[in-house]
Write a protein of this length. Structure first.
Lengths: 453, 167
């Protein structure tokens, strides 16, 4: 399945360009066309400026290239193992725009295959999830096991002798791996291992896993919302520590008026505690630097839960485990405090978001349900906090029509970050550190840089 | 017989009043129609137990107070400009229960739009929210109060946009 990575635009690596950066920017700032002989980059980085072209969000050609170079080449989150507890359990989802079925077969293995019958291409499954021993194609009744194996063709005698069911199983997504219950799949048979891909994001996932305190995560039905805008607006927002004091001002003012409703869930104008991280591989974090627990849980239950975490780890680690963080795993899945968000692109200007509350079986259930109710009211479908972000995405998408405004500025924190090894940078809470890590990796996988990072 | 007809029309008028207060953005008066122990539920799965399963909204009056506060006395980004709303209720059936209680079921069609620069995404167009409403009421003084309201939207299992106002 060789996918060709063709750069769709030639990046002018700064040392090669004949133009200084400022000349390049001035030349293109108010022009709507491409300068003769100068092809525009999508990302421009210098020591004190980091710019992203609006075309990277606007162009449908960019979206097609993102599908080919990112969604069909790297690891994409498809399910949590708790969504497929029993043999025959299945879930329909998308890798990029390709409809796939994730199913646990009778041997307990999780398979991912394209939701398309090998006969005349009918969609095999029209449900979002369920359990079945056999997938029967609605068109002519061909039958497939949840392993993808073709086991039945009605009236098989009319096929030539050379025709074999063995050659006509569902097209499987070649790589499927599981880290801590998070199931990823890749259409690229040669993709690096999932653990290698997760890299420096792993310790953050491990802290999140330890919140189970001896129990197991169970995925709740997702909260679903959609907007007419590019998927990267949502991705950039999940670890944006700068916007909350403005976009969520109305919610925060309200929380402050009702003591004990959403304690600690409101910030000042620009929050200063906590920090952000940009990681190699395009991952990034927003870390609050302290726990933010749900007010729907009693203090006794919280204390007992904390005690359990101390017993299973130690007190320092217990604090770190409870400390809230948002971790975006490139390109489009976010581990948040009480939920996992999947940012599902449907078109260059249409995105859906599925937010799964993560419950924990095996511990005091009031912890799970208190957290679920917190997520629901704050950032669920009708979130007092979340619905305002969506309006920003809509506005950003509309502003893209201003093609003369070519560059977005993501320089916040540049030059003031702490740079540690393995390409990891630590910025202030309101810095654009994680977004820059996203775009640097984006350039690499889109075939737009001369050297990898 | 006359008294029964009275209750039917009382509750019909009450439900129309509730819809009118929402349309007119009189949210404090709207919330006053709810009992202190009232529950407001917009399910994803109407057969689930909303205490342990996710919903679009599942809130007691004390949280509805926060929503009303945010909308009435704070400047909410996703409601600037504010929604124009029309709640149409129809196909009302009312069952009188015992102990001064009653239950109503009706069809709900809500039209909503935000103007401002209507050509921008998220503005313009009229969005529709369609569903079945189930309301439990209790007598209160000379009128009624809502004990629970459940709105079963037709598209509750799909992504929904724009629920930044009171449905």
């Amino acid at each position: 399945m060789g996918l060709i990575c063709k750069p769709i635009n030639k990046l002018l690596v700064l040392s090669d360009t004949k133009l200084e950066v400022h000349q390049l920017l001035e030349a293109t700032l108010f022009n709507t066309g491409v300068e003769k002989g100068v092809e525009l980059p999508y990302v421009v980085e210098s020591t004190d400026e980091f710019l992203v072209s609006t075309a990277a969000y606007r162009d449908s050609a960019v979206f097609e290239a993102e599908l080919a170079n990112i969604f069909y080449r790297t690891w994409i989150y498809v399910a949590h193992e708790s969504e497929l507890n029993n043999p025959g359990d299945f879930k329909s989802t998308l890798i990029g725009l390709q409809p796939v079925i994730v199913a646990r077969d009778q041997n307990g293995q999780v398979n991912v295959f394209l939701n398309a019958c090998r006969h005349r291409g009918s969609i095999l499954c029209r449900e979002e999830r369920g359990n079945t021993r056999v997938f029967n194609c609605p068109y002519h009744g061909w039958a497939y096991r949840p392993s993808g194996e073709l086991i039945g063709i009605p009236g098989e005698d009319r096929y030539p002798p050379s025709f074999s069911k063995k050659d006509h199983g569902l097209i499987s997504v070649p790589r499927v791996e599981n880290y801590g219950g998070l199931i990823f799949a890749s259409l690229n048979p040669d993709v690096q291992s999932l653990e290698s891909f997760l890299g420096r994001a792993k310790p953050h996932i491990d802290y999140w896993l330890k919140r189970c305190a001896g129990g197991r995560y169970r995925t709740g039905t997702s909260y679903k919302y959609g907007y007419d805008g590019n998927w990267k607006f949502q991705a950039e927002n999940v670890y944006d520590g700068y916007h909350a004091g403005f976009v969520h001002r109305s919610a925060y003012n309200t929380f402050r008026k009702f003591e004990g409703s959403f304690t600690g869930r409101h910030y000042g104008v620009v929050r200063s505690d906590g920090h952000t991280r940009g990681l190699a591989g395009g991952h990034g974090t927003l870390e609050m630097g302290k726990p933010l627990e749900s007010d729907f849980i009693s203090s006794e239950a919280k204390a007992a839960y904390f005690q359990k975490l101390v017993e299973l780890n130690n007190e320092t680690d217990a604090h770190e485990i409870l400390s809230n963080r948002h971790v975006l795993l490139f390109p489009n899945v976010v581990i948040m405090d009480f939920n996992i968000r999947v940012i599902q692109p449907l078109a260059h200007d249409r995105t859906e978001v599925y937010s799964y509350p993560m419950l924990i079986d095996g511990i005091d259930e009031s912890i799970s349900y208190g957290r679920m109710n917190d997520v629901q009211t704050r950032v669920g479908v009708a979130g007092m906090v979340g619905a305002d972000d969506v309006d920003v995405f809509h506005g950003s998408q509309s502003a893209l029509h201003a093609t003369g405004a070519k560059w977005l500025n993501l320089s916040r924190g540049l030059g003031k970050e702490e740079i540690i090894s393995d390409g990891e940078r630590i910025g202030a809470f309101s810095d654009e550190t994680p977004q820059r890590a996203f775009w640097r990796h984006w350039q690499t996988v889109m075939g737009l840089t001369k050297e990898g990072e | 017989m006359g008294e029964q007809k009275n209750v039917q029309s009382e509750i019909t008028d009450f439900l129309i009043l509730e819809a009118r207060l929402l349309d007119d953005w009189k949210l404090d008066e709207w919330l006053a129609l709810y009992d202190d122990k009232a529950i407001y539920w917009i399910p994803i799965d109407e057969h689930s137990d909303p205490n342990i399963s996710p919903s679009i909204i599942y809130e007691k009056k004390k949280i509805l107070l926060l929503r009303v506060e945010q909308l009435m006395r704070e400047k909410r980004l996703s409601q600037t400009p504010r929604s124009e709303i029309m709640h149409q209720i129809s196909n009302i059936t009312i069952d009188e229960g015992e102990h001064n209680q009653a239950a109503a079921r009706y069809s709900l069609l809500v039209g909503e739009t935000r103007s401002g620069d209507w050509r921008q995404n998220g503005l313009g167009n009229i969005r529709f929210f369609v569903g079945h409403c189930y309301v439990k009421l209790t007598r209160f003084e000379n009128s009624w109060r809502i004990l629970s309201k459940t709105i079963v939207l037709l598209d509750r299992k799909q992504p929904i946009l724009g629920l930044s106002f009171i449905l």
